[in-house]
Write a protein that binds this ligand. Structure first.
Ligand SMILES: NC(=O)c1ccc[n+]([C@@H]2O[C@H](COP(=O)([O-])OP(=O)(O)OC[C@H]3O[C@@H](n4cnc5c(N)ncnc54)[C@H](O)[C@@H]3O)[C@@H](O)[C@H]2O)c1
Length: 316
């Protein structure tokens, strides 16, 4: 019986793109990966290197190098082409260059006949995701940014250390911008299904040392902590990308905090921001609207306003 091959393109064969490819190969997430880079030799070299993993993996993933115009048959295109902030810059400072790169890449991919799902990691990811939607003209469900998926993972890791619990037994989200204005929706953080705020109230003495503001700040700063030491982050985001792609290709309906184009959810439209969403073979199947507290909703609105201002500045 002929089985349809699951195919993924990764644009940007740098640290994030190759971490994503490596993660997908080791988890047997797809059948074929095409690596693309503006330096073609780099894509070819990584494709060769990655293809030599195969003797040691559970299933074969064919890896090749290709060009933007070759994405017609792909199920997913992952966008990691871009730059990292220089010392003293924020992710938003990358915007001008990112817009140029993204417009060129996306228009060429779409002109080549690609009709699958875009998954975006390039920074500033919320705005790049918005630009991808705009340039591609795709319905909003087929354009997904990694958003606050990585921040949510960092939050769970921090909480797992504080509470001596497996991070996968913690549920909760960082929301809003993947950047300075993100926040933790504490009202929806649970450990083993029990609301964290109830746990703290019930065991005041035992968890007296737990400082939620500090944990939220550490969540936000985690990327910078890595960045100031080695100048990039790659493995966490590589796995986040692979996790999103897996949920699409296997139609898993995982709930992941991704950057989604908002169409009225949380009172927002005309912007992409980190929200929990159900990810399946159609891309974003549904954006979850949590009942945020008044204060959390205020933080979400503020974060979206910052992103909207950045988008508006691009147009002037
Ligand atoms: N969303 C997140 O959480 C997150 C985390 C880490 C990094 N990032 C972002 O991911 C992007 C990549 O980071 P990295 O560390 O892999 O950088 P990198 O410099 O290692 O790799 C980027 C690659 O993109 C390629 N490239 C640039 N312009 C291109 C174009 N027009 N067409 C094809 N290829 C092109 C470069 O040649 C390079 O190989 C950056 O924008 C970075 O800020 C996002």
């Amino acid at each position: 019986m002929a089985k349809k091959a699951r195919k993924v393109t990764i644009v940007g064969s740098g640290l994030v793109g190759t971490a994503c490819a490596y993660s997908m190969i080791n988890q047997s997430i797809c059948d074929e990966i095409m690596m693309i880079d503006r330096t073609y030799d780099r894509a070819v070299a990584h494709a060769l290197d990655l293809s030599h993993c195969m003797d040691f993996t559970q299933a074969r993933t064919k890896v090749s190098a290709g060009r933007l115009e070759d994405c017609r048959d792909m199920d997913v295109v992952v966008l990691t082409a871009g730059a990292n902030p220089k010392p003293g810059q924020t992710r938003l400072d990358l915007l001008e260059e990112a817009e140029k790169i993204t417009r060129d890449i996306v228009s060429r991919i779409v002109a080549g006949g690609f009709d699958g799902v875009f998954v975006v990691a390039a920074n500033p990811v919320d705005i790049v995701t918005y630009i991808v939607r705009e340039v591609s003209g795709f319905p909003r469900n087929r354009v997904i940014g990694t958003g606050t998926s990585i921040d949510s993972a960092r939050l769970k890791t921090l909480l797992s250390e504080v509470f001596s619990i497996d991070p996968r037994s913690v549920n909760g989200y960082a929301m809003g911008e993947h950047g300075e204005s993100q926040f933790v929706a504490w009202s929806h953080v649970t450990i083993g299904g029990k609301p964290l705020l109830h746990i703290l109230e019930q065991h005041q003495e035992r968890f007296r040392h737990v400082n939620l503001d500090e944990i939220a700040q550490k969540t936000k700063d985690a990327g910078w902590e890595i960045f100031t030491r080695k100048g990039n982050t790659q493995f966490g985001i590589g796995n986040a990308l692979a996790y999103i792609v897996r949920s699409i290709l296997n139609d898993e309906h995982k709930i992941i905090a991704v950057s989604a184009v908002l169409e009225g959810e949380y009172g927002q439209a005309g912007v992409c921001a980190g929200v929990p969403a159900i990810i399946g073979d159609g891309g974003i199947e549904e954006v979850l609207e949590l009942n945020l507290t008044w204060e959390e909703q205020g933080k979400f609105t503020r974060s979206c306003e910052i992103l909207k201002t950045a988008i508006a500045n691009l147009r002037t």
